[in-house]
Design a protein around this ligand. Structure first.
Ligand code: GLY
Length: 372
């Protein structure tokens, strides 16, 4: 086969689907595809709202990937014959007290300095746009271009597209096989060997634990826990994603609402805590009081793959044929198109795109090498 992908989350499946679409013979190896961070994520496609102070270099790449979304989704839905749940709803950031109003103003000015498309709204304009907001809302910042995709639709759609294009899905743990400094394939738990001269390491926060990966190529990825709530109601409380304090509230447009998410450094712990559920609901209710009327359907925790600088690690390793694609942290869904396009291009023989060179894993190697 042309390539094996270790990891069947949104990144691994997107890479496999794109590579198969380009005519390659591809396999994905994962004990339970789509069950990791990709299953729990909210699915925000929010390069403008998620722009952090000091991360100017990241914003352009993130926006580039967001811009690929409409065509990525159109092609994916065509191949799969089902919806991936992409909605262009926009995002409204709000402030509910004086301190938050000052912080929101700083956020607004920072984005304006970067030339990002944001609109400042008064309290009245904010509530006219979203009547479900609390009367205490002091003002808002509208990001028309920050959208969402439904992970619970996108993963099955990717799996369906992969299956229709002949991608083999192996439900197994994987070990990397190397001979003479070159990748030769992947071994499954059953002992079966998938021969491949190219292997993509896309196992999210577990990418550091795959047997056979040479010490120098183990990506410095760590789990960053995110607790998240899923609720359901009969009518729509809000039309677009609302962000305020440390929470976001995403409406799916069919009565489902997502409230997220904590950011916790607790290793591989996925327990749901009473304190986190309480805080998420308390903060969400301060923004949109009627969330308290919704049915609480699910409280869960996922593990984001964090990197030392919060940027993904996508590029070559020191082992010929081994490509790394992990560390997408809070932006796995957002960055799936840019990652899949770059990696599938390289699998087909193209060089790394200039734009994704800042993602090269070599930046974390003690003796950094030239190139991606
Ligand atoms: N992108 C939102 C989160 O990671 O919680």
């Amino acid at each position: 086969m042309d390539a094996a992908v270790i990891g069947g989350g949104v990144i691994g499946l997107s890479v496999a689907w794109r590579a198969a679409r380009a005519g390659m013979n591809v396999a994905v190896v994962d004990p339970d595809p789509g069950s990791g961070a990709s299953h729990f994520a909210a699915g925000m496609i929010a390069p403008v709202g998620e722009a952090e102070f000091g991360e100017e270099a990241v914003v352009a790449l993130n926006r580039d990937s967001a811009a690929r979304y409409p065509s990525f989704i159109a092609e994916l839905e065509l191949d799969a014959g089902r919806s991936a749940g992409y909605r262009q709803t926009g995002t409204l950031h709000v402030a509910v007290d004086g301190d938050e109003q000052i912080a929101l103003e700083r956020q607004f000015r920072y984005r304006r300095q970067l030339g990002l498309p944001v609109e400042r709204l008064t309290s009245r304009e904010t509530r006219e746009l979203e009547p479900g907001l609390a009367p205490s809302v002091r003002g808002g910042m509208l990001v028309q271009s920050d959208h969402q995709v439904d992970p619970r639709a996108m993963v099955p759609t990717l799996l369906q597209a992969c299956s229709r294009l002949g991608v083999q899905i192996h439900r197994s743990r994987a070990s990397l096989l190397i001979d003479g400094g070159r990748v030769t394939g992947v071994a499954l738990e059953s002992g079966e060997v998938l021969e491949a001269s190219k292997v993509v390491l896309a196992a999210g926060c577990w990418s550091g634990n795959i047997p056979g990966v040479p010490q120098d190529d183990i990506p410095p990825v760590r789990p960053v826990k995110g607790q998240i709530l899923r609720l359901r109601g009969v009518s729509e409380l809000i039309a677009r994603t609302i962000r305020g304090g440390s929470v976001y509230i995403l409406p799916r447009g069919d009565g489902r609402v997502i409230i997220g998410g904590t950011v916790e450094e607790r290793g591989f712990d996925t327990s749901v805590t009473a304190g986190a559920v309480y805080e998420l609901l308390r903060e969400a209710r301060a923004l949109v009081p009627d969330v308290a009327e919704l049915e609480l359907v699910e409280a869960s925790a996922g593990l984001r793959p964090g990197s030392p600088d919060n940027m993904p690690m996508v590029g070559d390793s020191t082992t010929e044929g081994l490509i790394v694609a992990t560390g997408h942290y809070r932006n796995g869904y957002l960055l799936a198109p840019a990652t899949a396009d770059a990696v599938s291009g390289v699998l087909a023989g193209a060089p790394w795109p200039e734009a994704t060179r800042p993602w090269a894993p070599s930046r974390f190697r003690r003796t950094a090498e030239v190139g991606a």
